[in-house]
Design a binder for this molecule. Structure first.
Ligand code: 3HC
Length: 319
């Protein structure tokens, strides 16, 4: 019988807290793997929010009305805030946000594959709000019950804003669906492009998800990738029917036995190609992100100089 080490006693106590549904806070003891997994997941979530501004930012100057422009600007600004908010949450794990950003910029870190697809028509703004933010809401309302306190609490605030994102998107889709034949055709073409990539936001199938088991054991994830994907499909198909839009899946059918909408096979080769950097817009998105980072160097330098001057004043006053 191995002699329990201090760490194994700490691990046992940690796992008892998780099993009891307690919230783990930054100053609490946690296994290195728990910290590592959260840093990975939260930083990639933050990267996704920031990169996610690019596809929609592309249409701010081309919105069809002042009202649509205001709504799109508000949404894109929200996404920036979500990114910064989650970076703050990640920093409670003892990592430096600048290192996280470097990991994104040099290609070591991932961001959600969905943002590597182009936004070719105004309808894409509606479809992104409806499908992409709709998928995010399904994922993030469950993450609001995650065992790591700062992450769960961040999700509560972010989900409130995601609901506005989805509603404004679905309203755009409703107007187009009830508009001219050309507008409805533009909406259908946009859904054809975004439906399958939106399903890929939930990650690989459960049998191919190397991180899920650990994240579920430690109640960071509360549902599996496939369970959340299915929940999203069940919510979204009736919305598509209400719009009079056909989802691009010939195998989609309602399963009377399970009460679920069964979908066809996802093209995982496309998913892995995009993750490897070979999606339609990977290079464009990273080039834009690197340029924005370089263009912002003077702001970071000024903020650092100001902080150092403030600290020097405090040190002098304290001496
Ligand atoms: N895009 C890019 N990478 C993905 C991915 C996707 N759609 N789905 C999975 N991956 C990556 C994972 O990061 C992991 O790679 P890594 O080990 O190198 O990090 C690998 O594929 C295997 O996937 P797993 O299922 O094992 O990984 P996870 O258990 O981390 O599950 C996840 C993936 C479901 C995305 C999970 O990380 C998660 O829920 N993250 C938090 C939410 C999030 O990041 N959402 C991104 C959408 S952006 C958004 O919501 C913005 C909104 O405003 C629209």
């Amino acid at each position: 019988m191995p002699v329990p080490t201090e760490d194994s006693a700490l691990l046992a106590a940690f796992e008892a807290r998780i099993a009891a549904g307690e919230s783990i806070e930054p100053k609490d003891w946690m296994p290195d793997r728990y910290r590592k997994q959260l840093t990975r997941m939260m930083s990639q979530h933050a990267h996704s929010e920031v990169v996610g501004m690019l596809p929609e930012g592309n249409w701010i100057t081309r919105a069809p009305s002042l009202r649509r422009k205001l709504s799109l600007i508000a949404k894109v600004q929200d996404e920036a805030g979500h990114g910064l908010y989650i970076y703050c949450g990640t920093e409670t794990l003892g990592v430096d946000r600048h290192e996280l950003v470097e990991q994104l910029l040099d290609g070591r870190a991932k961001y959600s594959s969905i943002f590597n697809y182009p936004t070719l028509a105004w309808a894409d703004m509606g479809v992104i709000g409806w499908l992409v933010d709709g998928a995010a809401i399904v994922n993030q309302t469950v993450l609001a019950k995650a065992s790591y306190g700062p992450y769960a609490r961040a999700m509560v605030r972010i989900c409130k804003e995601e609901n506005f994102h989805k509603r404004q998107g679905y309203e755009i889709c409703t107007v187009l669906a009830n508009g001219t034949p050309a507008q409805k055709a533009m909406l259908q073409e946009s859904v054809n492009r975004f439906w399958w990539p939106a399903l890929m936001m939930f990650g690989p199938s459960d049998t191919n998800s190397p991180n899920s088991a650990e994240l579920l054991k430690w109640r960071v994830k509360r549902k599996t990738n496939d369970e959340l994907r299915q929940r999203f499909v069940n919510l979204t198909v009736p919305q598509a029917i209400a719009l009079g839009i056909t989802l691009p899946d010939p195998d989609l059918r309602f399963n009377e036995t399970t009460g679920d909408w069964d979908i066809g096979e996802i093209d995982w080769s496309e998913f892995h190609a995009v993750l490897k950097g070979n999606g339609p817009c990977n290079h464009e998105r990273m080039a834009a992100r690197r340029k924005a980072h370089d263009d912002g160097a003077w702001v970071r330098a000024a903020a650092t100089a100001h902080a150092q001057k403030q600290q020097a004043r405090k040190d002098t006053a304290a001496a």
